[in-house]
Structure formats: structure tokens, C-alpha cells
Design a protein around this ligand. Structure first.
Ligand SMILES: Cc1cc2nc3c(=O)[nH]c(=O)nc-3n(C[C@H](O)[C@H](O)[C@H](O)COP(=O)(O)O)c2cc1C
Length: 153
């Protein structure tokens, strides 16, 4: 195809806009904070990172229980990959496990550059709190991984 082909001219831009591939990555991080120091709250961390995430087109959720975090990162495949690489190097993690990494057609948390929630001690309360954050039409895998965090120590 010639660059100046009248039929194909501008097609690349249109495709970029309409296809917009998305990636969702969820990881579980244990901090070892109970043995060492107090972990940063999910709320404080989320506040810190919102402006930068917004610039990168990243959205998601950060759950914390005092010694572990579960984070949902969603955005372009490149932005999610780069952010996960950055986060992986953060010395605040002791162990980091990816529990979900897949293409997505829609964001689960489109309105939040990072929503932070610190969970109470009771697993039942935790489950209810997480349920309340997950939109009705959310991807089943995303829902399942997030709810599993309610019984994680
Ligand atoms: C659980 C957890 C989640 C994080 N999530 C993000 C995030 O969504 N976006 C972000 O920019 N930094 C996030 N960070 C912070 C990064 O790991 C890193 O500290 C920050 O990007 C600053 O990096 P820099 O000093 O290289 O600029 C997170 C850190 C932790 C411990």
C-alpha cells in the first residue's frame, strides 16, 4: 500500500481509536509488614499514584489488609506492562504473584485512576466491602480474584 493511497489514508488512526486494546493485570503482594513496619495504607498509596496513572491512561483498584495488597491495573498493554515492571521493583513488596493477566474489552474501574480500599479484619465484612466495589457487569475472572482476597492474610 502506498502512503498516499486515497482509500487507506487515515485508516490507521481510525483503527487505533476504535480497537484500543486493553489489558487487565491483577497481582497479589505480600509486604512482610507485620514483622517489620506498618504497611502504607492502600488509600494513601492510591492517592499518591492517581495523577501519574491518569497521565498514563491507567485505572484500577488497590486493596490492602495491613500486610498484603491486591492491585488491578488496567489500560493499554504497554502502559500496564510498564507499570507492573515499575511496581515489581518497589522494595515494599516481599513476594509478588500475578493472579490474572489477560486482554479486556472494557475496564472494570473506568472512573478511577486508582481506587484504594483498606479492608477490616473480618472476612465477611471484607467480602461485602469488595462486592460493593465491583460493578454488576464485571468480568467473572476479575470478580473471582478480587473476592478471593477477602480470605487472604
Ligand atoms: C502496592 C503498590 C502499588 C503501587 N501502585 C502504583 C501505581 O498504580 N502507579 C504508580 O505510579 N506507582 C505505584 N506504586 C509505586 C511504585 O512502585 C513506585 O514507587 C512509584 O511509581 C515511584 O517510582 P519512581 O520513584 O521510580 O518514580 C505502587 C507501589 C505499591 C507498593
Amino acid at each position: 500500500m502506498e502512503d498516499n493511497d486515497p482509500v487507506m489514508a487515515g485508516t490507521a488512526d481510525v483503527c487505533t481509536l476504535s480497537e484500543a486494546p486493553l489489558r487487565v493485570l491483577i497481582y497479589l503482594s505480600t509486604t512482610g509488614a507485620q514483622e517489620n513496619a506498618q504497611a502504607d495504607t492502600a488509600l494513601a498509596l492510591a492517592h499518591e499514584v492517581q495523577a501519574g496513572n491518569r497521565r498514563k491512561g491507567l485505572t484500577g483498584l488497590l486493596l490492602g489488609n495491613g500486610s498484603s495488597y491486591m492491585q488491578v491495573l488496567e489500560g493499554s498493554p504497554e502502559a500496564v506492562g510498564q507499570m507492573f515492571a515499575t511496581v515489581s521493583r518497589d522494595p515494599r513488596h516481599r513476594a509478588l504473584d500475578v493472579v490474572l493477566d489477560q486482554p479486556a474489552t472494557e475496564r472494570t474501574f473506568p472512573g478511577t485512576a486508582m481506587l484504594g480500599l483498606d479492608l477490616d479484619a473480618s472476612p465477611l465484612d471484607r467480602r461485602a466491602a469488595i462486592e460493593a466495589l465491583i460493578p454488576a457487569g464485571a468480568d467473572r475472572d476479575v470478580r473471582e480474584k478480587l473476592l478471593a482476597f477477602s480470605v487472604f492474610d
